[in-house]
Ligand binder design. Structure first.
Ligand code: ADQ
Length: 468
């Protein structure tokens, strides 16, 4: 439980993100508790903050409530309040029903509402003001992700002395899709307030630069964008990673090993365990993946007496319509498959809709023989990297969608197109049945890649280019 203090004066290094790295919860006795919030952004940035110190500005997860800042793991937490209406229009609306689907290849249709846009602007202004109030003279401010597109320009207006960086954790779409957005120019101008704009892949940076030329009319000098006021903005790719050493050490802990053994036992000691780990999000390709396993079990290609598919899905954005629908669809699909294949008491698909501590995630990764990561579109996907870091033995395999950013670096994964159900089934079976020599060689190369590009390298590269 953190000590509650008044918010510190100013910091030299600030992260500004929609969510704080901790969620407020009420404990069994009605007491206040803080728990690490799930999701890729927090997994990636928390180790950076613990090392560098400074302040993290974000929402604490409970609407209509103002709370005091406090110290947490060596850095300051600065809460930004959101009303229920803000949550509905800024977070669930514009961020997660407009930008999220638009940036993920329109896998569901984006919704455009003018009221949501107004609230999005107001909330971005509030975050910019909080950053301006807590930044020391000449401080570095690192703004995160699509919920805060407008903060760089708003913050520059308030505090021209700051170094401002922005990192987009999700894909940046090609112009054919991006141009649907009624506020397409305003969002680009918001980002151009930064000194450095980071993307997961070079393709995202190229899409952004081309759109900025076309819609804002900026000039380019080599890879730099020259603004009308003479400022220079760099747009570049920084593929994000994980604290691989930390994950490996965690998976080796005796308690985690014991939990892993228990988990294997609970699953009925199957010959082979397939694993899926995702936020429950329609971009993650869960419908297609579960359908593929359903067909593999019912055709007999996978014997349910010997194989189990364990799928865990963290609850996510549960008040957004598409996410509620997805949850129901998955429940139905898993129920139907399990009622048709497998035995009573040992389902072919073990499905849990829950969030787990990192120790349990490490235990799951360490018992999985085949990790199945098949998003329809994903900025990077940290789960693929966490598996490689945690899984100790070489005789294992990673099945990875071509549409995950991670596919660009993790070439030795068994890659597939998740829209092609037969192709995905074939890849899953190839990964499961390939020779030990092939599987081991691929795993060793994947491990080399993940351990040679860790989260600190990502942060150091970005902050060096920002001149921080
Ligand atoms: P996400 O869409 O959240 O991240 P991802 O990168 O896979 O996707 O990260 C998910 C994180 O949540 C992982 O650290 C994972 O361990 C954790 N997690 C998943 N299921 C869990 C469960 N049931 N219980 C507990 N923890 C769970 C966004 C982008 C990604 C990008 C990251 C980082 O969408 O493309 O990789 O940001 O930039």
């Amino acid at each position: 439980m953190p000590e509650t203090t008044s918010t510190p004066q100013t910091a030299d290094f600030l992260v500004v993100a929609n969510r704080l790295p901790v969620d407020r919860r009420t404990g069994p006795e009605g007491e206040l508790q803080w728990r690490t919030s799930p999701g890729g952004l927090v997994t990636a940035l928390e180790p950076v903050m613990k090392r560098k110190g400074g302040a993290w500005i974000g929402w604490h997860g409970a609407p209509d409530e103002t709370i005091e800042g406090f110290e947490h793991e060596g850095y300051s937490i600065v809460p930004v309040p959101l009303s229920s209406q803000d949550v509905e229009e800024f977070y669930e609306g514009f961020s997660n029903a407009t930008l999220w689907p638009l940036y993920h290849d329109v896998v569901v249709p984006p919704v455009y509402h003018r009221e949501w846009w107004q609230t999005y602007r107001e909330v971005n202004q509030r975050f910019a003001q909080a950053a301006a109030a807590h930044a020391a003279q000449g401080a570095t401010v690192w703004v995160q992700d699509y919920q805060l597109h407008l903060v760089p320009a708003m913050l520059r207006e308030l505090r021209p002395d700051l170094r401002i960086g922005f990192f987009l954790h999700i894909p940046f779409p090609p112009k054919e899709l991006y141009q649907q957005l009624p506020w397409r120019r305003e969002l680009l101008e918001g980002l151009l307030g930064a000194d450095l704009i980071g993307f997961q892949l070079p393709g995202g940076a190229t899409n952004f630069v081309n759109l900025a030329k076309r819609l804002v009319g900026v000039q380019m000098t080599r890879d730099r964008i020259r603004m009308p006021d003479g400022r220079v903005v760099l747009a570049k790719a920084y593929p994000i990673s994980i604290d691989a050493n930390g994950f490996r050490d965690l998976a080796r802990e005796p308690d985690v090993q014991a939990e892993a053994a228990q988990l294997r036992e609970d699953l009925g000691n199957p010959k082979r365990i397939f694993l899926g780990v995702d936020r429950l999000d329609y971009t993650k390709g869960l419908r297609q993946r579960i359908r593929a396993f359903g067909e593999l079990f019912s055709s007999g290609e996978l014997d349910p007496d010997e194989n189990v598919f364990l799928q865990v899905a963290t609850p996510s954005r549960e008040r957004v319509e598409e996410y509620r629908k997805l949850r129901d669809d998955i429940d139905l699909l898993v129920g139907r498959i399990n009622s048709e294949v497998g035995r009573i008491g040992s389902p072919a698909i073990a499905y849990r809709h829950d969030s787990y501590p990192r120790t349990t995630m490490a235990a799951m990764y360490s018992i999985a023989d085949v990790m199945v990561v098949t998003p329809l579109r994903d900025g990077m996907n940290l789960v693929a990297k966490e598996y490689v870091a945690c899984h100790e033995g070489d005789d294992a395999a990673l099945v990875l969608s071509e549409f995950a950013g991670a596919a660009k670096e993790m070439k030795q994964a068994y890659q597939c197109n998740p829209h092609d159900l037969d192709g995905m089934k074939e890849t899953i079976m190839r990964a499961a049945n390939d020779s030990t020599m092939n599987r081991s060689r691929r795993m060793r190369l994947l491990r080399k890649q993940v351990f040679s590009h860790q989260i600190d390298d990502w942060a150091n590269d970005f902050l060096r280019d920002l001149g921080a």
